[in-house]
Design a protein around this ligand. Structure first.
Ligand SMILES: Nc1ncnc2c1ncn2[C@@H]1O[C@H](COP(=O)(O)OP(=O)(O)OP(=O)(O)O)[C@@H](O)[C@H]1O
Ligand SMILES: [Mg+2]
Length: 379
């Protein structure tokens, strides 16, 4: 009976999806168990007898870890998140007491929460982007009105100015008129650029007049491709692998904007020169849970890891002034999220990038172009 209980306990401790440890009063590990240890490639025997100070030597969290253990020796428990290597742990460190209540060391438990932390970071980013989208669409809407009369008035002044030009102006009047005309043309150009940005941002506000129907993404992809096929042809081979996909609930024009932005980015990422060797691939597929997956891959410059976290931010661009505004991916993200989907990027710098858009199937939609209700009784 006794042996059974011991055996059972050792199974539990070996397989515990965490790390459990104790130290003596000199902060030397007296035991360390749990599957979390093995996951980090550490054997219990490697740790037992080692001083905490030596074990954590060189670790950025060493001081905090040691302080928590020292506090436990003083009778004070601590809950803390700790980083070890590239993993994050949620730790609890308490005094270890003997039968008489004397503190004989410390006892700690650590849960690996790396994945949860990653998810949280993603959620925070998604929420931040979503609220920025709402704000941007609102600001765009507000700018639109005054912009309309700024543009109309510039046009009006330009028009009247032409009519005021005397038949035979003196050289000084001619120069001044020319200067005025140039200034007006520049103002007009600037205002047009503002209008383009406003238009881009307004896409983020979902218009009720738009039709959201079950659509086949392949049709939308084809029309986006046809808009940029000339640019693509000058840089790379276009490869389509458009397999059957579930219909999705979306507006064609918005979704078209997503694919267009991705295709333009892919084209811009590829240098001129090796048209035969470079490739832009567009694929559609269905994921295991029945969502439509669209990938746009290129063999371009790739995205450096330090930049990856910012590509969906508004106005983030690595392109020269006049080439990029940094709104493309921000808008893609806004549109895809509004459809209940996901957009993510993967990149190998120097080798290329793949953007992956996942969209939930339209309600009642099965394979593209074909609706069949196999379960009429259950709606
Ligand atoms: N396919 C890609 N390959 C390499 N880098 C990319 C790719 N797509 C996006 N990027 C990077 O992400 C940044 C942001 O892209 P985004 O489309 O939002 O803005 P942009 O292309 O710079 O400007 P805009 O789309 O407004 O003209 C780009 O400047 C570029 O650095
Ligand atoms: Mg872009």
């Amino acid at each position: 009976m006794e042996i059974d209980a011991d055996l059972r306990l050792s199974f539990v401790t070996e397989q515990l999806p965490a790390i459990l440890w104790t130290t003596d009063r000199e902060l030397r590990f007296s035991s360390a168990v749990g599957a979390g240890l093995a996951a980090m490639g550490i054997a219990s025997e490697q740790v037992v007898g080692v001083r905490l100070e030596d074990f954590f030597a060189g670790d950025s969290m060493a001081a905090r870890n040691l302080a928590a253990h020292r506090a436990a020796l003083e009778g004070q428990g601590t809950s803390t998140d700790a980083r070890f290597g590239n993993r994050v742990f949620q730790c609890r460190i308490d005094p270890l007491r003997d039968g008489r209540g004397e503190i004989t060391g410390t006892i700690g438990v650590a849960l690996d929460i790396t994945e949860r932390k990653k998810m949280e970071a993603k959620l925070i980013q998604a929420e931040r982007l979503a609220s920025m989208g709402t704000l941007a669409a609102g600001v765009a809407h507000e700018i639109n009105n005054p912009l309309t009369y700024v543009m109309a008035n510039i046009g009006f002044v330009a028009d009247r100015l032409t009519k005021l030009v005397p038949r035979d102006p003196s050289p000084s009047v001619a120069t001044q008129l020319q200067e005025l005309a140039t200034a007006l043309a520049e103002a007009q150009e600037g205002a047009s650029r503002v209008r383009q940005i406003v238009r881009d941002l307004k896409i983020l506000a979902r218009g009720d007049e738009e039709r959201y129907g079950p659509i086949d993404v392949r049709g939308v992809i084809e029309s986006s491709i046809s808009m940029v096929s000339n640019q693509i042809r000058m840089k790379a081979q276009l490869v389509r692998t458009l397999a059957d996909v579930p219909l999705v609930e979306a507006s064609e024009s918005r979704l078209g904007q997503v694919f267009l932005n991705l295709l333009v980015n892919a084209t811009q990422a590829i240098d001129h020169g090796d048209v035969a060797g470079n490739k832009i691939a567009v694929c559609t597929s269905t994921d295991p849970v029945g969502r439509a997956v669209i990938t746009v891959s290129d063999t371009g410059a790739g995205i450096p890891p330090e930049v990856m976290g910012r590509i969906f931010d508004p106005f983030f661009t690595t392109k020269p002034l006049g080439v990029g505004t940094g709104l493309g991916l921000f808008i893609c993200h806004g549109i895809v999220k509004a459809l209940g989907g996901e957009i993510a990027a993967e990149s190998a710098p120097g080798r290329g990038t793949t953007f992956r858009v996942t969209l939930p199937p339209a309600r009642g939609a099965s394979k593209a172009g074909f609706h069949l209700n196999l379960n009429p009784g259950r709606g």
